[in-house]
Design a binder for this molecule. Structure first.
Ligand SMILES: *Cc1c(COP(=O)(O)O)cnc(C)c1O
Length: 480
């Protein structure tokens, strides 16, 4: 049992020896340099020694979990290892100290990186032009839907429906709604895929966009994508690619070639930025040529001589964020892509797919596998066979924490009962995967021999079972 860590304020003790800083010089006294109304008698800053501060934050850092500590198969999130060299590059003061208002002639290097990353992503996805303003995938979805809406309105069309499959991520309908569309859900067929025959019943002149994730959230490639694209375009609607699962096809297949008109890419998932703590991320949006004139301003351009910011985008939807996006995240993505090269990116996909299929074949002995075909970078199991023993997949997930493993995504996608969505990623060894299978076997043995230990898990973590919705429902964002 780990000890409780007090809040830093609770460590406050005026009598403790602390570091004493010299009095400021006469000219730098607060009353000399600050306006009167900003002066305060005292500040509630805790009085603690340096070692106490160091211990406090080091102890806190040990309460967290991350991919640098252990296996993190959180499906759909691509929690792969992010090479430290990319962090090092992004920590370079020439980049971190660059002010967004630095004149163009003094920020040529940064503009070049943004421009060349756009070229690289265009090549990877088969798109023509990218914007880097969106801060994450969901923000990219919203941006692209606003672009598509502006395009359709410009053509005099009032189409107001966005179609999303029932396997889609929750951000898809949420973005559609924020962009002022109405969402209609399409049921997947028995293969777990969008079926052209079913889709046909939902397509009409009011449909603006079909949003698809490919491979989808079951980890399955939408095999009928060419037919689907044809049907969508024949109806005058557009096709949007949710790029969260790009790690499953990168280097092998391109959304642009499949017929998608606009995409977002989650740089923090596929292209080497640690995430899970809430950011920063980046969700650049790529479009085909005919949507280029609607991109947010400024775009980054090259005139053969210098890089520059272009505010003259004829039908731009305007800004979706301050400045140009999360530059350091772009920098890591650029470094990652350059380091791997074309062959490296392909190999990444190969290993991600191989690891997922290996684990799927091992684990299907213990759970139901509702969609048993070859998967891409992730797969979804069902824990409904455990219900008769009074065990939920939530219990399995919590018990995994005791074994030092981050649980897979659970209860998503919604179309699989008691879903366990597992994405091992390409960066794990066979040894780690085998160890995970062994841990699962152990936990299932516990289910039979000592179910209470599983039902009451976790036991070895700093906190036990949390109320998982409280924080989302009771919005208290500061400590009182
Ligand atoms: C992660 C994810 C998103 C949302 O991306 P964020 O970067 O978290 O906003 C959308 N769709 C799918 C399938 C995802 O996995």
């Amino acid at each position: 049992m780990k000890k409780k860590i007090p809040l830093i304020k609770e460590l406050n003790n005026d009598e403790k020896p602390t570091i004493h800083l010299p009095e400021p010089l006469e000219d730098f006294l607060p009353e000399k340099i600050l306006p009167k109304d900003l002066l305060r008698e005292s500040l509630p800053i805790p009085q603690i020694s340096e070692i106490e501060v160091v211990r406090h934050f080091t102890n806190l850092s040990h309460m967290g979990y991350g991919v640098d500590l252990g296996f993190y198969p959180l499906g759909s999130c691509t929690m792969k290892y992010n090479p430290k060299i990319n962090e090092e590059i992004a920590n370079n003061e020439y980049f971190t100290d660059l002010h967004p208002y630095t004149p163009e002639e003094l920020s040529q290097g940064a503009l070049e990186i943004i421009y060349k990353l756009g070229e690289a992503l265009s090549k990877i996805t088969g798109m023509d032009k990218f914007t880097f303003q969106p801060s994450a995938g969901a923000h990219g979805e919203l941006t692209a839907l606003l672009i598509i809406k502006a395009y359709l309105r410009n053509k005099g069309e009032n189409r107001n429906i966005v179609l999303v499959p029932d396997s889609a991520h929750g951000t898809n309908p949420a973005s559609a709604s924020m962009a002022g569309f109405e969402t209609i859900e399409i049921p997947s067929d028995e293969r777990g895929l969008v079926n052209p025959n079913i889709l046909g019943k939902y397509l009409n002149k009011n449909v603006a966009v079909l949003m698809l994730t490919n491979p989808n959230t079951l980890g399955l490639f939408e095999k009928d994508i060419l037919k689907i694209a044809q049907m969508v375009h024949d109806e005058g609607a557009l096709l949007y690619y949710d790029g969260a699962n790009l790690n499953g096809i990168m280097g092998y297949a391109r959304p642009g070639d499949m017929g998608f008109d606009a995409v977002h890419v989650n740089l923090h998932k596929t292209f080497s930025t640690p995430h899970g703590g809430g950011g920063p991320g980046a969700g650049p949006v790529g479009v085909k040529d005919f949507l280029k004139d609607y991109l947010p301003v400024p775009t980054v351009e090259y005139d053969g001589n210098k890089y520059y910011l272009n505010y003259q985008v004829p039908k731009t939807i305007g800004r979706v964020r301050t400045f140009y996006g999360n530059f350091l995240v772009m920098l890591k993505a650029y470094a990652y892509i350059r380091l791997l090269g074309d062959e490296g990116l392909k190999k990444t996909t190969e290993m991600a797919v191989l690891n997922a299929n290996y684990l799927k074949e091992k684990l299907k002995a213990y759970f139901e596998l509702p969609y048993p075909s070859i998967c891409k970078h992730e797969f979804v199991l069902s824990g409904k066979n455990l219900k008769e023993k009074g065990i939920k997949v939530l219990d399995i997930a919590k018990r995994l924490l005791d074994y030092g493993v981050h649980p897979p995504t659970i209860y998503f996608p919604l179309i699989v009962e008691e879903a366990l969505m597992i994405e091992p990623t390409e960066t794990e060894t066979k040894y780690t995967l085998d160890e995970f299978v062994e841990i699962i076997r152990n936990i299932l043995k516990e289910v039979d021999e000592n179910p209470d230990i599983v039902k009451n898990a976790p036991h070895n973590t700093p906190v036990k079972r949390l109320n998982e919705v409280y924080a989302a429902k009771v919005l208290k964002v500061n400590w009182k």
